[in-house]
Design a protein around this ligand. Sequence first.
Ligand code: NAX
Length: 328
Amino acid sequence: GKQPVRIAVTGASGQIGYQLLFRIASGSMLGPDQPVILQCLELPQAMNALKGVSMELDDCAFPLLKGIVQTDDPNRAFAGADYALLVGARPRSKGMERGDLLKANAEIFSVQGKALDKNANKDTLRVLVVGNPANTNALIAARNAPSIDPKRFSAMTRLDHNRGLAQLAEKTGSSVTDIEKFCIWGNHSATQYPDINFGSINGKSLTSIINDDEWVKKNFIPTVQQRGAAIIAARGLSSAASAASAAIDHMRDWTYGTNGQWTSMAIYSEGEYGADKGLYFSYPVIVSPNGKYEIVKGLQLDQFSKERFEKTRAELVEEMTAIKELLP
Ligand code: NAX
């Protein structure tokens, strides 16, 4: 059979970690014939909770699970890592300004970027940043890992993408798998732009099927942008199972391909569509079966889309500017 792959997960005993680890160990991420070793990173004060999670993983008797590392040392967590899911982050505490939040996270992701650079398996590594502000945290980690291709880093907008698919499926009375060529542009934040203009169902354009511009602009776009807040309002806790599920989808598709279909990933920008080179920006991508992603090229954005694109681009530039002096 296949050799086990090493999968580092940070924030492993948090809400999302608790959903994610079991899905990975069960084979949801890399398939039923790929053994895995979980390398869990937590803060020192969460090591006991992590021990409990590890005991539960043992108790599942997952056939694919070949080992669990529990550590508060990034160097150990990332040793030989083929995958790194960076979930742990500093949450916003009361009275904390956005700039302070960016800086607190810049510290965490600088340390982790350096540890990845020193310890990970550079020939296979795929990094997904989930912890917020995810796009800028990905930029910081990548910049601190100069010997790793920046294209091996990504940030998660797949949850936003999946939220959009679910809304569109409901509106059109179709299945989520029927909806093609939908995408999220930009930042994983309320400025993200969920774009249906290229979308189709069975070759028929989504805009003509929906035929309700008012719904798209006043209902659909804000619903996707504000979905995280709506989950918190309803559940009293932020999205966790759906976030973990999106992380699984992101890594599976990045490894095995999207069958020619579009998905959304925040990836290193070379300046495509006018986003600034070096930003981690969500684009429509297609992943080939060998695990290489390509940004969908040649799309014509209309005036409305250009305005939305500009708004989320400007926010990412602003985030980068706030942490610029902390970049190596
Ligand atoms: P929790 O607070 O439940 O868990 C976070 C865990 O990370 C904690 O156990 C904490 O001890 C650990 N941690 C903190 N700093 C660490 C460090 N330096 N090294 C290792 N572990 C560390 O948060 P949870 O609900 O799991 O959310 C995790 C992150 O995902 C948050 O930043 C959250 O904002 C973000 N999200 C991102 C989403 C996305 O789509 N990109 C959606 C869901 C989620 O809101």
